[in-house]
Design a protein around this ligand. Structure first.
Ligand SMILES: *Cc1c(COP(=O)(O)O)cnc(C)c1O
Length: 497
């Protein structure tokens, strides 16, 4: 079955997977969605016998139907290799009654590596397939983790350039250091005076600027996106939910076909949407628990049916979830509206005009698979401390939001199903917040890298290469700009006047 991709905002003709990956965002500002969600083609027991790469092929081939077997297998082999510090790629670890799916064993120690280590391969393959002559300019807004993972993936990839915008005061010290030390002549990292939503809106505006697209084309460039709006990000993320399930099956933790719950610390709604796609493919998932930090727009949305971004933007210790406009939610909205692009367009117009919209009761009725919980800053810190004291396990502040949400969910519902928590970052990436959660008094005054050593002593886990690399690396990127200067910054980098 061939799967094509259509914009959530227009009924215009569909494009192939490779074209959707190249474009990133549809021309009408919508997001590409598959015209149909394919069903898993192998039974779960067979999938349980596969390693990560084999499973990735089995899942991704169903979505990326215009890639040949040889092309897709080459992309997978180039992505899931020694860049990961474990052969399992995404290990499952039991902590306090739930399974943590550790998605942070890649090059930049956040779950973004799961998709961004393969995206450059998919993108360059797609460019060849579609006879693209232009250089591809990857434009990315980041709340901290996407930026570094995309930079690591695209650095020095021939035929590409990458520009990353991050909120200057909205990322962790280690996240910033990781980005501004990035090597590669085709890379540019820019801090903006604004928050993540400003960065994301700025990037979307540049994408939507047709005059600029013409100027770029004349100069031999075209834009694409490494943000989770790109279907080439979403599809690789479906894989690890299937992997988690079949690992539990292989270990005898669940019976074949038994339903599990999945808890996801959520920002832009990409990761949890991938879990939802896995469910729609036939993976036995009961509930999808959407965990928010104090920027709890999604929690409110699942409780009331109203999405309202009109509220203060809170800087928390889980910066990659400090988001008030969750882009990927649009894919869910489109689906529960019955693939009605008109309805989706109407709601998104309301969001951009009034900062809010309310879905119909029929749409709400289709959200049974989801529920929302949130963790305050003190609750998130207490969860880190509790897991350390009780299980000797140190988790990062995003994962702790999910672990806390799960505890609340379980208390409220009594649902005792086997549960997988998406563990999205290494604690080493957020050393300061993690160590202060464990003992503010003792660690509050130490320097960032001193804390890294303390974390090692306390957790007994190896310091990841990603951290060793930046200890002494020189800062290469010092550009800072206003939100209104983003477009000009892009032009300067590309040498367009
Ligand atoms: C990006 C990120 C998230 C949020 O994921 P979304 O797909 O944007 O919902 C959560 N935790 C970490 C560590 C991240 O980097």
């Amino acid at each position: 079955m061939e799967v094509l991709y259509r914009s959530t905002r227009g009924a215009k003709e569909a494009v192939t997977a490779s074209q959707a990956i190249l474009q990133g965002l549809a021309h009408d500002g919508g997001l590409f969605v598959p015209t149909e969600i394919p069903q898993l083609a192998c039974d779960l027991r067979t999938l349980a016998g596969m390693n990560y790469r084999e499973l990735a092929y089995e899942v991704m081939r169903l979505f990326l139907t215009d890639f040949t077997e040889e092309e897709l297998k080459a992309c997978i082999a180039g992505a899931y290799d020694e860049k990961f510090d474990t052969e399992e790629i995404a290990p499952l670890v039991k902590v306090g009654g739930a399974w943590h799916l550790e998605l942070f064993h890649g090059a930049t120690i956040a779950f973004k590596d799961m998709a961004l280590s393969i995206l450059p391969h998919l993108m360059t393959t797609a460019a060849k397939k579609n006879q693209i002559k232009n250089e591809i300019v990857i434009l990315t807004a980041t709340s901290g983790d996407t930026g570094k993972a995309a930079l690591a993936g695209f650095a020095d990839v021939p035929g590409t350039r990458i520009i990353v915008f991050y909120p200057k005061d909205g990322v962790s010290p280690i996240q910033e250091k990781q980005m501004v030390t990035q090597k590669g002549d085709n890379t540019l990292v820019v801090g903006i005076h604004g928050n993540f939503d400003d960065a994301q809106n700025g990037v979307k505006a540049i994408f939507g600027d047709e005059a600029l697209a013409k100027e770029l084309d004349a100069a031999g460039f075209q834009f694409s996106s490494a943000n989770s709006i790109n279907i080439g990000r979403l599809v690789p993320q479906v894989v690890y939910y299937v992997y988690a399930y079949v690992q539990l099956l292989a270990r005898g933790e669940i019976a074949d076909g038994e339903e599990i719950n999945v808890v996801v610390p959520t920002g832009n709604f990409g990761n949890i949407l991938a879990a939802y796609y896995a469910k729609l493919m036939g993976l036995p998932i009961a509930k999808l628990v959407c965990a928010s930090n104090e920027n709890k727009v999604l929690y409110d949305f699942f409780r009331t049916g109203e999405y309202d971004r009109n509220r203060p933007f809170i800087l928390t210790s889980s910066p990659s979830m400090d988001i008030l406009i969750s882009s990927n939610l649009e894919r869910l909205i489109y689906r529960i509206a019955g693939a009605d692009a008109g309805k989706d367009t109407e709601l998104m117009a309301e969001l951009s005009k009034n900062g809010k919209y309310t879905i119909t009761s029929a749409m709400r009725g289709q959200l049974q698979d989801f529920c929302g919980y949130f963790a305050s800053e003190p609750e998130s810190a207490a969860t880190i401390r509790g897991a350390y004291e009780e299980d000797g396990y140190v988790m990062d502040p995003h994962t702790s939001v999910a672990a806390c949400a799960y505890r609340k969910y379980k208390e409220e519902t009594g649902d005792a199903r086997t549960t997988v928590i998406a563990s999205t970052a290494s604690p080493y990436k957020f050393t300061r917040s993690v160590m202060e959660a464990i003992d503010a008094e003792k660690y509050g005054k130490m320097g960032d890298f001193e804390l890294v050593d303390e974390l090692q002593a306390l957790s007994g886990t190896k310091i990841p290469n990603a951290i060793e690399e930046i200890r002494s690396a020189p800062v290469r990127h010092k550009t800072v700009c206003e939100v209104q200067e983003m477009e000009q910054t892009v032009k300067n980098f590309l040498g367009i006047r």
